[in-house]
Design a protein around this ligand. Structure first.
Ligand SMILES: O=C[C@H](O)[C@@H](O)[C@H](O)CC(=O)O
Length: 271
Protein backbone atom coordinates (compact mmCIF):
# COMPACT_ATOMS: atom_id res chain seq x y z
CA UNK A 1 0.00 0.00 0.00
CA UNK A 2 1.30 3.49 -0.83
CA UNK A 3 2.92 5.39 2.03
CA UNK A 4 0.74 8.32 0.95
CA UNK A 5 -2.49 6.41 1.72
CA UNK A 6 -3.84 6.12 5.28
CA UNK A 7 -6.76 3.87 6.22
CA UNK A 8 -8.98 4.63 9.23
CA UNK A 9 -7.54 3.41 12.55
CA UNK A 10 -10.25 3.21 15.21
CA UNK A 11 -8.30 3.76 18.43
CA UNK A 12 -10.31 4.66 21.57
CA UNK A 13 -8.14 7.27 23.31
CA UNK A 14 -10.60 8.31 26.01
CA UNK A 15 -14.13 7.39 27.00
CA UNK A 16 -16.29 8.10 23.97
CA UNK A 17 -13.34 9.50 21.97
CA UNK A 18 -12.06 7.48 19.01
CA UNK A 19 -9.00 8.57 17.04
CA UNK A 20 -9.58 7.70 13.37
CA UNK A 21 -6.59 9.45 11.79
CA UNK A 22 -3.50 11.15 13.18
CA UNK A 23 -1.07 12.50 10.58
CA UNK A 24 1.98 14.14 12.17
CA UNK A 25 5.52 15.16 11.21
CA UNK A 26 6.67 12.17 13.25
CA UNK A 27 4.73 9.58 11.26
CA UNK A 28 4.77 11.23 7.82
CA UNK A 29 7.10 13.21 5.56
CA UNK A 30 5.07 16.36 6.25
CA UNK A 31 6.71 19.26 8.08
CA UNK A 32 3.92 21.83 8.07
CA UNK A 33 0.54 20.06 7.99
CA UNK A 34 -0.91 17.95 10.80
CA UNK A 35 -4.32 16.30 10.69
CA UNK A 36 -6.61 14.32 13.00
CA UNK A 37 -10.07 12.87 12.63
CA UNK A 38 -11.82 12.06 15.91
CA UNK A 39 -15.23 10.57 16.55
CA UNK A 40 -17.02 11.71 19.71
CA UNK A 41 -19.92 9.95 21.39
CA UNK A 42 -22.63 12.25 22.79
CA UNK A 43 -21.28 14.00 25.91
CA UNK A 44 -17.67 12.92 25.28
CA UNK A 45 -14.96 15.57 25.48
CA UNK A 46 -11.58 15.83 23.70
CA UNK A 47 -9.04 18.24 25.15
CA UNK A 48 -5.73 19.31 23.59
CA UNK A 49 -3.02 21.80 24.51
CA UNK A 50 -1.46 23.48 21.49
CA UNK A 51 2.21 24.40 21.41
CA UNK A 52 3.50 26.37 18.44
CA UNK A 53 0.67 25.15 16.24
CA UNK A 54 -2.67 26.61 15.23
CA UNK A 55 -5.72 24.43 14.71
CA UNK A 56 -8.91 24.69 12.71
CA UNK A 57 -11.57 22.50 14.37
CA UNK A 58 -14.09 21.47 11.69
CA UNK A 59 -17.46 20.01 12.71
CA UNK A 60 -17.45 17.49 9.88
CA UNK A 61 -20.72 15.92 11.06
CA UNK A 62 -22.85 16.25 14.17
CA UNK A 63 -22.87 19.08 16.74
CA UNK A 64 -20.23 20.05 19.29
CA UNK A 65 -19.36 22.73 21.82
CA UNK A 66 -15.85 24.17 21.35
CA UNK A 67 -14.04 26.13 24.06
CA UNK A 68 -10.57 27.63 24.44
CA UNK A 69 -11.36 28.03 28.16
CA UNK A 70 -12.04 31.72 27.62
CA UNK A 71 -14.78 31.61 25.00
CA UNK A 72 -17.19 28.76 24.21
CA UNK A 73 -18.99 28.24 20.93
CA UNK A 74 -22.02 26.07 21.58
CA UNK A 75 -23.86 23.65 19.35
CA UNK A 76 -21.77 24.24 16.25
CA UNK A 77 -22.12 22.01 13.21
CA UNK A 78 -24.79 21.93 10.51
CA UNK A 79 -25.05 18.46 9.10
CA UNK A 80 -25.48 14.77 9.91
CA UNK A 81 -23.61 13.73 6.79
CA UNK A 82 -21.24 15.72 4.59
CA UNK A 83 -23.43 14.75 1.63
CA UNK A 84 -26.06 17.22 2.73
CA UNK A 85 -23.55 19.40 0.86
CA UNK A 86 -24.01 22.43 3.03
CA UNK A 87 -21.16 24.30 4.65
CA UNK A 88 -20.42 23.56 8.29
CA UNK A 89 -19.08 25.50 11.24
CA UNK A 90 -15.43 25.55 12.31
CA UNK A 91 -13.39 27.18 15.07
CA UNK A 92 -9.87 28.58 14.71
CA UNK A 93 -7.65 28.24 17.80
CA UNK A 94 -4.13 29.69 17.77
CA UNK A 95 -0.82 28.57 19.21
CA UNK A 96 -0.21 28.20 22.98
CA UNK A 97 -3.87 27.69 23.76
CA UNK A 98 -5.91 24.79 25.10
CA UNK A 99 -9.12 23.72 23.39
CA UNK A 100 -11.94 21.37 24.36
CA UNK A 101 -14.43 19.78 22.02
CA UNK A 102 -17.55 18.37 23.70
CA UNK A 103 -20.00 16.36 21.63
CA UNK A 104 -23.63 17.52 21.80
CA UNK A 105 -24.58 14.72 19.43
CA UNK A 106 -22.46 11.94 18.02
CA UNK A 107 -19.88 13.87 16.00
CA UNK A 108 -16.96 13.50 13.64
CA UNK A 109 -14.44 16.34 14.02
CA UNK A 110 -11.42 17.23 11.90
CA UNK A 111 -8.45 18.87 13.62
CA UNK A 112 -6.32 20.69 11.06
CA UNK A 113 -2.89 21.87 12.25
CA UNK A 114 -0.02 24.02 11.00
CA UNK A 115 2.86 25.99 12.51
CA UNK A 116 2.03 29.22 14.38
CA UNK A 117 4.16 31.55 16.49
CA UNK A 118 2.08 34.73 16.72
CA UNK A 119 -1.06 34.00 18.77
CA UNK A 120 -4.18 35.20 16.99
CA UNK A 121 -7.75 35.47 18.38
CA UNK A 122 -9.89 32.36 18.66
CA UNK A 123 -12.61 32.67 16.04
CA UNK A 124 -15.83 30.95 15.03
CA UNK A 125 -15.85 30.42 11.25
CA UNK A 126 -19.57 30.00 10.76
CA UNK A 127 -21.00 27.99 7.90
CA UNK A 128 -22.47 31.16 6.41
CA UNK A 129 -18.96 32.63 6.10
CA UNK A 130 -17.72 29.78 3.91
CA UNK A 131 -17.17 31.04 0.35
CA UNK A 132 -19.01 28.57 -1.93
CA UNK A 133 -17.55 28.14 -5.43
CA UNK A 134 -18.82 26.17 -8.42
CA UNK A 135 -15.52 25.39 -10.14
CA UNK A 136 -14.84 23.79 -13.55
CA UNK A 137 -16.83 22.85 -16.66
CA UNK A 138 -17.76 19.69 -18.56
CA UNK A 139 -16.76 16.60 -16.56
CA UNK A 140 -14.49 18.70 -14.44
CA UNK A 141 -17.13 20.32 -12.25
CA UNK A 142 -16.87 20.48 -8.47
CA UNK A 143 -18.23 22.53 -5.62
CA UNK A 144 -15.78 24.11 -3.18
CA UNK A 145 -16.47 25.38 0.36
CA UNK A 146 -13.65 27.73 1.33
CA UNK A 147 -13.47 27.29 5.13
CA UNK A 148 -10.14 29.07 5.78
CA UNK A 149 -8.82 30.44 2.47
CA UNK A 150 -5.69 32.56 2.09
CA UNK A 151 -7.94 35.61 1.75
CA UNK A 152 -9.02 35.17 5.39
CA UNK A 153 -6.36 36.69 7.70
CA UNK A 154 -7.50 34.70 10.76
CA UNK A 155 -4.62 32.21 10.60
CA UNK A 156 -0.83 32.34 10.34
CA UNK A 157 -0.13 29.41 8.02
CA UNK A 158 -3.26 27.22 7.78
CA UNK A 159 -5.57 26.79 4.77
CA UNK A 160 -8.70 24.60 4.94
CA UNK A 161 -11.17 23.82 2.15
CA UNK A 162 -13.70 21.08 1.35
CA UNK A 163 -14.64 19.87 -2.11
CA UNK A 164 -17.59 17.91 -3.54
CA UNK A 165 -17.16 16.16 -6.90
CA UNK A 166 -20.12 14.49 -8.58
CA UNK A 167 -20.40 11.20 -10.44
CA UNK A 168 -18.09 10.89 -13.43
CA UNK A 169 -16.26 14.14 -12.76
CA UNK A 170 -12.69 15.03 -11.90
CA UNK A 171 -11.36 17.52 -9.37
CA UNK A 172 -7.94 18.90 -8.55
CA UNK A 173 -7.88 18.66 -12.35
CA UNK A 174 -6.29 19.59 -14.70
CA UNK A 175 -3.55 18.34 -12.40
CA UNK A 176 -1.93 21.11 -10.40
CA UNK A 177 0.86 21.29 -7.84
CA UNK A 178 2.08 23.77 -5.23
CA UNK A 179 5.42 22.32 -4.17
CA UNK A 180 7.84 25.14 -4.98
CA UNK A 181 8.50 28.15 -2.74
CA UNK A 182 8.80 30.32 -5.82
CA UNK A 183 6.32 33.18 -5.65
CA UNK A 184 4.82 34.78 -7.62
CA UNK A 185 4.94 31.69 -9.89
CA UNK A 186 4.11 29.04 -7.29
CA UNK A 187 3.83 28.57 -3.54
CA UNK A 188 4.95 25.58 -1.48
CA UNK A 189 2.03 24.03 0.39
CA UNK A 190 1.92 20.52 1.75
CA UNK A 191 -1.57 19.01 1.65
CA UNK A 192 -3.76 16.30 3.14
CA UNK A 193 -6.99 14.91 1.70
CA UNK A 194 -9.60 13.36 3.97
CA UNK A 195 -11.97 11.46 1.65
CA UNK A 196 -15.58 10.30 1.96
CA UNK A 197 -17.77 8.74 -0.75
CA UNK A 198 -21.50 8.41 -1.26
CA UNK A 199 -22.64 5.65 -1.38
CA UNK A 200 -19.98 4.65 1.14
CA UNK A 201 -18.80 1.53 -0.69
CA UNK A 202 -17.46 3.78 -3.45
CA UNK A 203 -13.91 4.62 -4.34
CA UNK A 204 -12.02 7.32 -6.25
CA UNK A 205 -8.66 7.23 -7.97
CA UNK A 206 -6.08 9.75 -6.88
CA UNK A 207 -2.70 10.12 -8.51
CA UNK A 208 0.17 11.95 -6.81
CA UNK A 209 3.09 12.52 -9.17
CA UNK A 210 5.99 14.83 -9.95
CA UNK A 211 7.26 16.18 -13.25
CA UNK A 212 10.24 13.83 -13.16
CA UNK A 213 8.05 10.91 -12.03
CA UNK A 214 10.38 10.33 -9.11
CA UNK A 215 7.07 10.18 -7.26
CA UNK A 216 4.18 8.62 -9.16
CA UNK A 217 1.54 6.86 -7.07
CA UNK A 218 -1.99 6.10 -8.23
CA UNK A 219 -4.19 5.05 -5.35
CA UNK A 220 -7.61 3.52 -4.98
CA UNK A 221 -9.05 5.69 -2.24
CA UNK A 222 -12.01 4.47 -0.19
CA UNK A 223 -14.40 6.03 2.28
CA UNK A 224 -12.62 7.53 5.28
CA UNK A 225 -9.12 7.30 3.79
CA UNK A 226 -6.53 10.05 3.99
CA UNK A 227 -4.08 10.85 1.20
CA UNK A 228 -0.90 12.74 2.01
CA UNK A 229 0.48 15.09 -0.68
CA UNK A 230 3.99 16.17 0.28
CA UNK A 231 4.80 17.30 -3.27
CA UNK A 232 3.44 16.85 -6.78
CA UNK A 233 0.31 16.98 -8.86
CA UNK A 234 -2.72 15.38 -7.19
CA UNK A 235 -5.80 14.86 -9.42
CA UNK A 236 -8.90 12.94 -8.29
CA UNK A 237 -11.23 10.95 -10.58
CA UNK A 238 -14.73 9.95 -9.45
CA UNK A 239 -16.41 6.88 -10.99
CA UNK A 240 -19.95 6.98 -12.37
CA UNK A 241 -22.59 6.71 -9.69
CA UNK A 242 -20.66 8.09 -6.76
CA UNK A 243 -20.19 11.50 -5.14
CA UNK A 244 -16.78 12.35 -3.70
CA UNK A 245 -16.10 14.55 -0.69
CA UNK A 246 -12.74 15.58 0.56
CA UNK A 247 -11.45 17.99 3.19
CA UNK A 248 -8.10 19.60 2.36
CA UNK A 249 -5.57 20.99 4.80
CA UNK A 250 -2.67 22.97 3.33
CA UNK A 251 0.28 24.77 4.89
CA UNK A 252 3.81 25.83 3.99
CA UNK A 253 6.35 28.63 4.45
CA UNK A 254 3.95 31.26 3.05
CA UNK A 255 0.16 31.29 3.43
CA UNK A 256 -0.60 31.75 -0.25
CA UNK A 257 -2.33 29.23 -2.52
CA UNK A 258 -0.57 29.71 -5.88
CA UNK A 259 -0.62 26.50 -7.86
CA UNK A 260 1.01 25.48 -11.14
CA UNK A 261 -0.91 23.39 -13.67
CA UNK A 262 0.74 20.42 -15.36
CA UNK A 263 1.62 21.90 -18.79
CA UNK A 264 0.78 18.58 -20.46
CA UNK A 265 -2.86 18.97 -19.42
CA UNK A 266 -3.41 22.72 -19.12
CA UNK A 267 -4.95 22.73 -22.62
CA UNK A 268 -8.06 21.30 -20.93
CA UNK A 269 -8.77 24.79 -19.60
CA UNK A 270 -8.45 26.42 -23.00
CA UNK A 271 -11.11 24.51 -24.89
O1 LIG B 1 -4.80 22.62 -3.97
C1 LIG B 1 -5.95 22.47 -3.52
C2 LIG B 1 -6.58 21.13 -3.57
O2 LIG B 1 -5.89 20.34 -4.49
C3 LIG B 1 -8.07 21.11 -3.86
O3 LIG B 1 -8.74 21.95 -2.94
C4 LIG B 1 -8.40 21.52 -5.30
O4 LIG B 1 -8.04 22.86 -5.54
C5 LIG B 1 -9.87 21.32 -5.54
C6 LIG B 1 -10.24 21.64 -6.97
O5 LIG B 1 -9.95 22.77 -7.44
O6 LIG B 1 -10.76 20.75 -7.66
Amino acid sequence: MSKLLRKPNNQEIAQGVTLIHDVTSENSSLEYVGFKIIDLAPGATYTEELGKQECCIVAVTGRVNVSDREVTYENIGTRETVFEKQPTDSVYVSNDRVFEVEAVSGARVALCYSPSEKQLPTRLISASENGVEQRGTGNNKRMVHNILPDSDPSANSLLVVEVFTESGNWSSYPPHKHDQDNLPEESFLEETYYHEMNPSQGFVFQRVYTDDRSLDETMTVENGNVVIVPVGYHPVGVPEGYTSYYLNVMAGPKRIWKFHNDPDHEWILKR
